[in-house]
Ligand binder design. Structure first.
Ligand SMILES: Nc1ncnc2c1ncn2[C@@H]1O[C@H](COP(=O)(O)OP(=O)(O)O)[C@@H](O)[C@H]1O
Ligand SMILES: [Mg+2]
Length: 234
């Protein structure tokens, strides 16, 4: 098991948000985290990254219990986050954004370089010396993904990476996720486009009001389609 979240509970001050989140990702798997707005997807990711300290339950990554560890230590274990809202460095260039986070912690043979990111997203190569805040929304999202890949993560987490983007750009980002998955990259993805994700992912986790209410494979999803659609409100 690469990532394992068990009975996770969390709160913002006195306001409890997560009650019983259960999910896991094994090596090379692409898993979706689904649920309507406000159900706790981003909060779950914040707990995994150590940005919010859980009140209960367990989170382990690559065999280490990571509850309560500092975010930079968790990132260093090999989790790369593409956060909700992108959060790239606006006044750095594309090149500077990419090299700012570069790390080859696992000393992987086929590690990510700026060249490799630019071959995945050719638009970034064309805009290498442009300030990030002059890029389109889609290009900024590609940069956020590229920046996370430059850390050579064992697990890539994407939080609403296609939110607010034009359909053609969304398709480009999904294609890139597909390519990463074929290469064996482990991915946890939060996205609302279940119809696309069911083709892309191996397994799915549905959360409702801070609780995991359904987990399953694509075959399970076909069987429980109406039930899952009910939870997603689509
Ligand atoms: N910083 C915060 N302080 C207090 N409540 C928050 C904060 N961030 C999120 N929440 C609340 O936590 C719940 C879950 O939010 P979130 O994890 O962002 O949901 P999702 O990502 O599934 O849309 C929501 O009710 C939201 O209003
Ligand atoms: Mg969210």
């Amino acid at each position: 098991m690469m990532l394992s979240v068990t009975n996770l509970q969390a709160a913002y001050g006195a306001s409890r948000v997560l009650f019983d989140i259960n999910l896991d990702v094994t090596e090379g798997e692409c898993v979706t985290l689904l649920g309507r707005n406000g159900m706790g997807k981003t909060t779950t990711i914040r707990c995994i990254m150590g940005l919010l300290v859980a009140n209960g339950g367990a989170i382990s990554f690559a065999g280490c219990a990571i509850n309560g560890r500092a975010p930079e230590r968790i990132a260093r274990l090999g989790i790369g986050l593409v956060p909700e809202g992108r959060q790239i460095f606006p006044t750095l260039t594309v090149h500077e954004n990419l090299v700012a986070t570069a790390a080859n912690r696992m000393v992987r043979p086929n590690s990510w370089t700026e060249e490799r990111v630019c071959s995945l997203f050719p638009r970034l190569g064309e805009r290498r010396n442009q300030w990030a805040n002059t890029l389109s929304g889609g290009e900024q999202q590609m940069l956020a993904i590229g920046r996370a890949l430059m850390t050579n993560p064992r697990l890539l987490i994407l939080d609403e990476a296609t939110e607010g983007l034009a359909p053609v750009i969304r398709a480009e980002i999904w294609q890139c996720l597909e390519a990463l998955r074929r290469e064996g990259q482990s991915i946890l993805v939060v996205d609302k486009n279940i119809n696309v994700l069911r083709r892309l992912a191996d397994r799915h986790v549905v959360i409702e009001k801070g609780m995991t209410v359904w987990r399953g494979t694509n075959a399970d999803l076909d069987r429980d389609w109406d039930k899952v659609h009910g939870w997603l409100g689509v």
